[in-house]
Design a protein around this ligand. Structure first.
Ligand code: AMP
Length: 437
C-alpha cells in the first residue's frame, strides 16, 4: 500500500514525499479512504500511530479539491502543545497548497488569533476553552457558517480534562451538516456516548481492538522504595541505561523537586507542567528537542501531544493511577515504526495500581534491578516536602516580603518628609543635573 493508492491530491503526495514517509501507517490506510469519501470516522488511535496525518490528509484533500473562502475545518485538541503540534504538521502537509491553518490556544495573546479568524483561515486548530473565549467576544468575528469538517483529537483526554461541557457549547456554534472525524486513544463509556451523539454511520477503525501500547516498545519495571526513586533514576541515567528521556511524575511539586535533585546531580533538565507559562513550556521543549537538556520532567496532562522525534525513553517516575495513562505515555516512545523503551519505577505502595495496568495490557511486565545500586541506603534528601512545611515556608517568605515592603514604604515616607522640610531652592527637580549632558 502506498500514499498514491489512497488517491490523495498530488500536492499532498509531494508533501508526504518531502517528509520522507515511505508508506502510510495502518491507521492512515484505514482512516484516509472513508474520510476522503466524506464519511464520518470513529478511530481508536494513539500518539505515535500517525493519527494526525490520518485526519489531516483527507481533510486537506477535501479542502483543496474545491477551494472556497472561509473557515472550513476545525480541529479540537485537549492541550496547547497538541494544538501547536497539529498546526506544525498541517503546515508541512499543506505546503504545496494555498491552504492555511492557525492554532488557537490560551496563554498567549488573543489579537493574532482574532486576526486569523477575521482572515477566515481555512483550518482552525483550537483548545475548547480559548475557542469559547473567542466565540464570546463582542466583535462576533468567528464565522463557522461555512464549516465542513470537525475533528476531535484525543477525545478521551478532552473528557478527562473536563472539557465535555465546553465541547457541547462549541458544537452548538457549528453547522449540523458537516463531516466529523473522531479520534480517541481509548473508548470508555462517556466517549462512546459522545461519539453516538456526534457521528452519523461512522467508519469504525480499531474500535473493537483493546488499545495497547504500540509494538516495538520494550517495557520494564524497576521496583524501588519510594524514598530511593530519585537516586535510582539518577543511577539509571549515570550508567547510561537510559539516554534522553521524558520523565513523568505524579504532581507538579514532585516534578519541581525532581528537577532540583537532577540539577544538583549535574544532569541538565527542563520542566513542563501546568504552572509553567507558555513561554517556559516552549523553551523547555525546544531545549529537550535540541539535546541541550537530557531529561524533560513532565506531569501528564500538559505533556500530551508533545512530539519528539525518535524519543528513546519514557520513564514513569510514578505509576499512573489509570491504565489508560500508562498506555498513552508508553505510546509516546513509539514514533511510527520506531522502537523505544519505557521504564516504570514502582514503590511497594504502587503495586496495586500496577496490577490494574498489567491487567489492561494483558501481560506481566519484566522486573529489573540496577546492579551495584544499594537498595537499603538512606537517601541524602527527601523528594517531597510535606504540605504543612511547604505552606509554612510560603508564609515565612510572604511575611519577609511584607516586612521588606513596609520598611521600604517607611524609608520613602521619611525621604518625602525630609524633602518637604528643605527650602524650595535646594530641592532637586526631576531630571536636574543630567540636562545638557
Ligand atoms: P502522530 O501519531 O500523529 O503523533 O505521529 C507520530 C509521528 O509519526 C510523527 O512524528 C509523524 O511525523 C510521523 N509519521 C506520520 N505518518 C508517518 C508515515 N506514514 N511514515 C513515517 N512517519 C510518519
Amino acid at each position: 500500500m502506498t500514499f498514491e493508492t489512497l488517491g490523495l491530491d498530488p500536492a499532498l503526495l509531494r508533501a508526504v514525499a518531502d517528509l520522507g514517509w515511505p508508506k502510510p501507517t495502518p491507521i492512515q490506510i484505514d482512516a484516509i479512504p472513508p474520510a476522503r469519501e466524506g464519511r464520518d470516522v470513529l478511530a481508536c488511535a494513539m500518539t505515535g500511530s500517525g493519527k494526525t496525518a490520518a485526519f489531516l490528509l483527507p481533510l486537506l484533500h477535501r479542502l483543496n479539491d474545491a477551494p472556497t473562502r472561509g473557515t472550513r475545518a476545525l480541529v479540537l485538541t485537549p492541550t496547547r502543545e497538541l494544538a501547536a503540534q497539529v498546526h506544525a504538521d498541517l503546515q508541512e502537509l499543506a505546503k504545496h497548497t494555498s491552504l492555511k491553518g492557525a492554532a488557537v490556544f490560551g496563554g498567549v495573546g488573543m489579537g493574532p488569533q482574532e486576526a486569523a479568524f477575521r482572515r477566515q483561515t481555512d483550518v482552525i486548530i483550537a483548545t475548547p476553552g480559548r475557542l469559547l473565549d473567542h466565540l464570546g467576544q463582542p466583535g462576533r468575528y468567528v464565522d463557522f457558517r461555512g464549516l465542513e469538517v470537525l475533528v476531535l483529537d484525543e477525545a478521551d483526554r478532552m473528557l478527562d480534562m473536563g472539557f465535555l461541557p465546553d465541547i457541547k457549547r462549541v458544537l452548538s456554534h457549528l453547522p449540523a451538516k458537516r463531516q466529523t472525524l473522531f479520534f480517541s486513544a481509548t473508548l470508555p463509556k462517556p466517549i462512546v456516548d459522545l461519539s453516538h451523539a456526534m457521528l452519523r454511520e461512522p467508519a469504525r477503525i480499531n474500535v473493537e481492538r483493546v488499545s495497547k501500547p504500540a509494538v516495538g516498545i520494550e517495557q520494564a519495571l524497576y521496583p524501588v522504595p519510594e524514598a530511593l526513586k530519585a537516586d535510582l533514576f539518577i543511577a539509571l541515567l549515570k550508567s547510561n541505561t537510559i539516554g534522553n528521556v521524558i520523565c513523568f511524575t505524579r504532581t507538579k511539586h514532585r516534578s519541581n523537586r525532581l528537577a532540583e535533585v537532577l540539577t544538583r546531580a549535574g544532569i541538565p533538565n527542563a520542566r513542563i507542567h501546568g504552572n509553567r507559562s507558555q513561554a517556559q513550556r516552549t523553551e523547555a521543549l525546544a531545549h529537550f528537542k535540541s539535546g541541550k537538556v537530557r531529561v524533560l520532567v513532565a506531569t501528564d496532562i500538559v505533556a500530551r501531544g508533545i512530539d519528539v522525534e525518535a524519543l528513546e525513553h519514557v520513564v514513569n517516575f510514578d505509576v499512573p493511577h489509570v491504565p489508560e495513562d500508562y498506555i498513552h505515555r508508553v505510546g509516546r516512545t513509539a514514533r511510527a515504526e520506531a522502537t523505544g523503551e519505557a521504564f516504570t519505577l514502582v514503590s511497594p505502595e504502587e503495586e496495586q495500581d500496577l496490577r490494574a495496568i498489567e491487567k489492561a495490557i494483558a501481560r506481566k511486565l519484566p522486573r529489573r534491578t540496577v546492579s551495584g545500586f544499594d537498595y537499603a541506603h538512606r537517601p541524602a534528601e527527601r523528594l517531597e516536602v510535606p504540605l504543612a512545611e511547604r505552606i509554612a515556608a510560603i508564609r515565612a517568605r510572604k511575611a519577609e516580603d511584607r516586612a521588606r515592603a513596609k520598611a521600604k514604604a517607611a524609608r520613602r515616607e521619611e525621604h518625602a518628609q525630609r524633602e518637604a522640610a528643605r527650602p524650595a531652592a535646594s530641592r532637586k527637580g526631576p531630571g536636574r543635573g543630567r540636562r545638557g549632558r
